[in-house]
Structure formats: C-alpha cells, structure tokens
Design a protein around this ligand. Structure first.
Ligand code: HSE
Length: 359
C-alpha cells in the first residue's frame, strides 16, 4: 500500500482532513505515517509513534507527503527533500508552491483533466487552491467549461476561519465583549452608542484582526500589492486561470472582505457573459457541473433557508442563488454563492487528490 506521511494533521485544515478521511474510510486504503514538528516520539493517531517532521531520512521513505503545516514548513523542507533526489508526491494545502510552474492547483471536480495530464507528465507537486477561488469554481466552473465567461468581478464575504484558528476565537471574544451591551439597554440608540464605545475600549480584543470584526467588517485580506489589489484579490485572478489552464487569461477582479461569518465564505459575482444566454440554460449548466452545486431559486424563503453560511457550514454543498440578468444588460449575470471554507475551500480537494494518487 502507498506510504503516506501526514504533516500538520493537528492544525485546523489537517484536522478537518483527518475527520473527512475517517468518515470516508480513506486511511484503511493507505499506509499512513504521522509526523510532528513539535512532539516527535510521542504517541499519535492509530497508536503510532510520531515521526520527526524535520527528518529528511524519515520523510524520504514516503511515497506521498501530505502537508497542512503551512508555507514556512514547505519552504524549509521541500528543497531539502529534492536535494536528496526524493521522487515522491508532495501534496500541500499551503500557498508556498501554488504558482510554481511544476505545481498543479488541485480541484478535481473542476480540473480533473488537468490533474490526470499532469500525473501522466510526471508532475509531483499538487497544491490546494485559495479557498475563495476553489469555492467560486465549484460554483461556476461549468460556465468556464462552456466558454461563456468574458470576465468576472467578485465581491467576497469571507469567514473568520480563513484567517486561522486564533482569529475564530477572537471573533467569539469580540462578540462576547459586545453581547453585554444589550443587557441593560432599553432603546436602540443608546445600545448603538454603547456598542460603539465597547468597540473602541482599550480591552476590546483585536490582537489578531487588528480591527473590530464583530458588528463590523474588514475590507482588506492579506498583504497589499503595488497595483492596489490585496494578495487575496490577486490570487483570485492568477489561481483561477492556472486551475483552468486558461490562455489567454480571463480577467477576474474585485474586493475581498472579511465578515463575521464563522467558517463559510460567500461571494457575490458579476459575470460578463460572452453572449446572451437564458437564465434557464445557465441554471442547467451550473447544476450539471458537479454533484455538490445546488441552484437555489431566486426567492426569499429558499434564499434564507439555503444560501447562507449558517446553512452551509459543515457540509459539502455549494448553493448558488440570487441568479438573474442584471438591469445593465443581457450579457451581465449576477449571482451569490456560499461554501464551507474548511471543506471545499481547503481539506476536501487534498483528500480527493490523495484518493487519485492512490487509485
Ligand atoms: N486566504 C483565505 C482567507 C483562506 O483569508 O479567507 C483560504 O485560502
């Protein structure tokens, strides 16, 4: 059986990956070894002794190394393995090697053909995509496949989980800090004043987000770039085009915003179509593109029941709704989509890629 070394399996994405592998019985189909950067020698899953995640000797015994440990680990360890001529597969959830020309960004329901071709060509580095990009393509990959997309503008509403575990706790801490404001307040205006005062309080917890997120939002994700985009916004364009192998690239641009959702990212898309296609045909293309995408009728009850982070978190569903032609022209389509940031946005493409490499 294929020897797979797991690194970073205790972190948030790694944990979700392990849960999904257990649910699907994947671990029984491989020969897993668990590595640790901090506690090698201690007991790990399946009563195994944890191996040293910095031991190139141990790592190079693996057919596949699957890491959710982050970019610093990849940047340190992968070059050392290559210096030893290790020839296994490197499967990575971090962005460190995403744009490397020898790496493929994996999202098999959307680019299974690109993945199969890369395996045949001897490519060994497979990397999970940025969560927002993966979720967008799970939703509208079918429109690209039909060559209908001229450009996309995306406005995102990204959950705290995308920033990391400490940020999820900080969002809850901010919410608790504010929650007391409502207790002794009878009118909304004085409640508003107290909420504002609490957000400005010296002990209001902002050490991770550097700003209030609860009862507010943050229209900036990741570092800034020279052209005025943030890195998150830049990834939207370059990763989407790389995943689909589009030449020339399709323009994708917008504003990425952190909101107080917990673990599901949402996005509102404006899509300039190459031609006027009816909404009925677009719905068919979207819903037939993979088995997880669900078209939600553009009406209030179904939208509230099915097209929210609260409805989607913890599931693999990718609802797409609020779909209509915009009043600005028949070739302008708008829609809203949601997906679990830790599942399709992170762990699930990695889990499925392991299945492809071990089939
Ligand atoms: N960069 C994303 C975010 C995480 O900040 O939400 C998913 O790749």
């Amino acid at each position: 059986m294929t020897k797979v070394g797991f690194v970073g399996w205790r972190g948030m994405v790694g944990h979700v990956l392990m849960d999904r592998m257990n649910e699907e019985g994947d671990l029984s189909r491989i020969n897993p070894d668990f590595f640790s950067t901090s506690t090698p020698g201690q007991k790990g899953p399946q009563d195994q002794i944890l191996k040293d995640a910095f031991s190139i000797d141990e790592l190079s015994q693996m057919d596949i190394i699957c890491t959710c440990q982050g970019s610093d680990y990849t940047n340190k360890v992968y070059p050392e393995l290559k210096r030893r001529d290790w020839n296994g597969y490197w499967l990575d959830s971090s962005s460190a090697m995403r744009m490397n020309e020898n790496a493929v960004i994996i999202l098999d329901p959307v680019n299974g053909n690109v993945i199969d071709r890369a395996i045949d060509q001897g490519i060994k580095i497979f990397v999970g995509g940025n969560c927002t990009v993966s979720l967008m393509l799970m939703a509208i990959g079918g429109l690209f496949k039909e060559n209908l997309v001229d450009w996309v503008s995306t406005m995102t509403y990204q959950a705290a989980s995308g920033a990391g575990a400490r940020h999820m706790f900080e969002l809850m801490d901010q919410m608790s800090f504010l929650a007391g404001s409502a207790v002794d307040n009878k009118d909304a205006l004085s409640l508003g004043k107290l909420v504002q005062k609490n957000m400005e309080h010296a002990s209001f917890p902002t050490g991770n987000f550097n700003a209030p997120l609860a009862a507010s939002l943050i229209p900036w994700i990741d570092d800034g770039m020279k052209d005025g985009r943030t890195k998150e916004e830049w990834k939207g364009e370059v990763e989407l085009n790389k995943i689909l192998g589009l030449k020339p690239p399709v323009p994708v641009d917008g504003i990425c915003v952190r909101v107080g959702a917990f673990r599901s990212h949402s996005q509102a898309l404006t899509i300039k179509l190459k031609r006027d296609v009816s909404i009925a045909s677009i719905e068919d293309i979207v819903k037939n593109s993979n088995k997880w995408v669900k078209v939600i009728p553009n009406e209030k009850k179904q939208t509230l029941d099915k097209l929210t982070p609260a409805a989607v978190s913890g599931t693999l569903d990718i609802p797409v709704g609020r779909m209509r032609k915009m009043t600005i022209g028949k070739e302008y389509l708008t829609l809203f989509t949601v997906g679990d940031q830790l599942l399709w946005g992170a762990a699930e493409p990695i889990r499925r890629m392991l299945g492809i490499l071990c089939r």
